[in-house]
Design a protein around this ligand. Structure first.
Ligand code: PMP
Length: 398
């Protein structure tokens, strides 16, 4: 049977990670995979998370399955974090959440639920979007199309075209929006556009599906989801896939949740039965550790305060690295302005250089980034920023 298979090409981004590891240039720089790193290039366990994990280890008495929908303290804490503790939606009985393996698992449950609700639904993704969005939609068997999002030439949002595209949508359409810190562009939907998107969703009946993978990585935990909260307050139905990989640094623990907002409590209860049934068919039960850890952390005031401080430090570091990179590039008298990097949010930006220039930087300087010129801002450090700026300036001036 397996002889029928032909090998697939390596995932481009994971291929870059392998090439980076094999490169013996001591000056090599990894700006590829989206993982937060310190100045020293480490991805440490947050202190608040480690303390929460220790509490879990000391108190855990069984390895029996947890309940199918996941850890209740985790689900309650995360709903409050995303929606805001005083959000009237929380007491409306229209909101249901299920713990899932990471943001990816949450997205998959969401797409499968959409397919059950409407097999003819079309998912609209931003052009461009995180590559795995397309893979997940395709594997679910749903149709998808791109809406205009990022102008690569002028490094800005295609706001008018995006709204024009949304104005043409209807009840069979689902719009996948990045809540904040858009991956791969770093270009977010500004505060004044969210109400316009909300109005269009209400008027035309399309369903928003919000992917929140970087809450707290843009400006802060509250500001980052203000637009999302406004949108959710207006629409009858929505989905939210939330990842704890980045803001809790729980990457390998595969921690996330899918939240459905339904038109009525009855519809919400029905949607929940389907999400649980879909999960049962794919992996049966959620993993415990990540959810239990976040549940303990968010249930403890002191640990939550400590976590917020650690998160704010990561966020501030990425902001300052953006500013540093822009200054260093401009100091090298390049023709173009890189000011857009400062306006953008989160871990990523497109440098806006060609695939050939990306390859040249890799060959000549051992600096690794996605072919699209997407860089992980957290891969920059005070000690490598001059080297990176030299390389970019050199290929631009060729
Ligand atoms: N959505 C987006 C936009 C992402 O960038 C990521 C992580 N790269 C995820 C979802 C999912 O992350 P995970 O499955 O690791 O939680």
């Amino acid at each position: 049977m397996f002889q029928q298979l032909t090998a697939l090409p390596a995932d481009p981004l994971l291929g870059i990670a392998v090439a980076y590891r094999q490169d013996d240039n001591p000056k090599k720089v990894d700006l590829g995979v989206g993982v937060y790193k310190t100045e020293e290039g480490n991805t440490p366990i947050l202190t608040s998370v480690k303390k929460s994990l220790q509490i879990l280890l000391d108190s855990e008495e069984s390895k029996s399955y947890i309940q199918a929908r996941g850890n209740q303290a985790f689900l309650d804490g995360m709903e409050k974090l995303v929606l805001g503790a005083d959000n009237p939606l929380l007491s409306s009985n229209r909101v249901e959440s299920v713990q899932a393996p990471g943001g990816t698992g949450s997205l998959k449950l969401g797409f499968e639920l959409i397919k059950r609700g409407n097999p003819n639904a079309k998912i609209w993704v931003s052009g461009p979007t995180w590559a795995n969005h397309n893979a997940l939609i395709k594997s679910t068997g749903l149709a998808s199309e791109e809406y205009p999002y990022y102008d690569k030439v002028n490094n800005q949002l295609r706001a008018d075209e995006m709204l024009e595209a949304f104005a043409k949508l209807g009840k069979d359409d689902v719009v996948l929006l990045h809540g904040c810190c858009h991956n791969p562009t770093g270009e977010d939907i500004p505060a004044d556009l969210w109400p316009k998107i909300a109005d269009l969703a209400v008027e035309n009946g399309f369903t928003p599906f919000i992917d929140i993978a970087y809450q707290g990585f843009g400006t802060d935990l509250e500001t980052d989801v203000q637009g999302v909260r406004h949108l959710l307050s207006k629409v009858p139905e929505a989905l939210i896939a939330t990842s704890c990989s980045k803001n809790f640094g729980l990457y390998r623990e595969r921690t996330g949740l899918i939240t459905t907002i339904s038109e009525s409590p009855v519809a919400a209860g029905i949607a929940l039965t389907h999400v649980l049934n879909i999960a049962r068919e794919i992996y049966s039960m959620p993993p415990s550790y990540g959810g239990a850890t976040v549940g303990i952390l968010l249930g403890d005031e002191a640990l939550t305060t400590e976590w917020k401080t650690e998160l704010a430090e990561m966020c501030a570091r990425m902001r300052s690295l953006r500013a540093l990179l822009v200054d260093k590039l401009h100091a090298r008298d390049v023709d173009q302005s890189f000011d857009f990097i400062n306006r953008q949010n989160g871990m990523f930006t497109f440098l806006g250089i060609t695939p050939e220039q990306v390859q040249a930087i890799r060959d000549e300087y051992s600096i690794y980034m996605a072919g699209s010129s997407r860089i992980n801002i957290a891969g920059i450090s005070n000690s490598n920023v001059d080297y990176i700026a030299d390389a970019v300036a050199a290929v631009l001036k060729k």
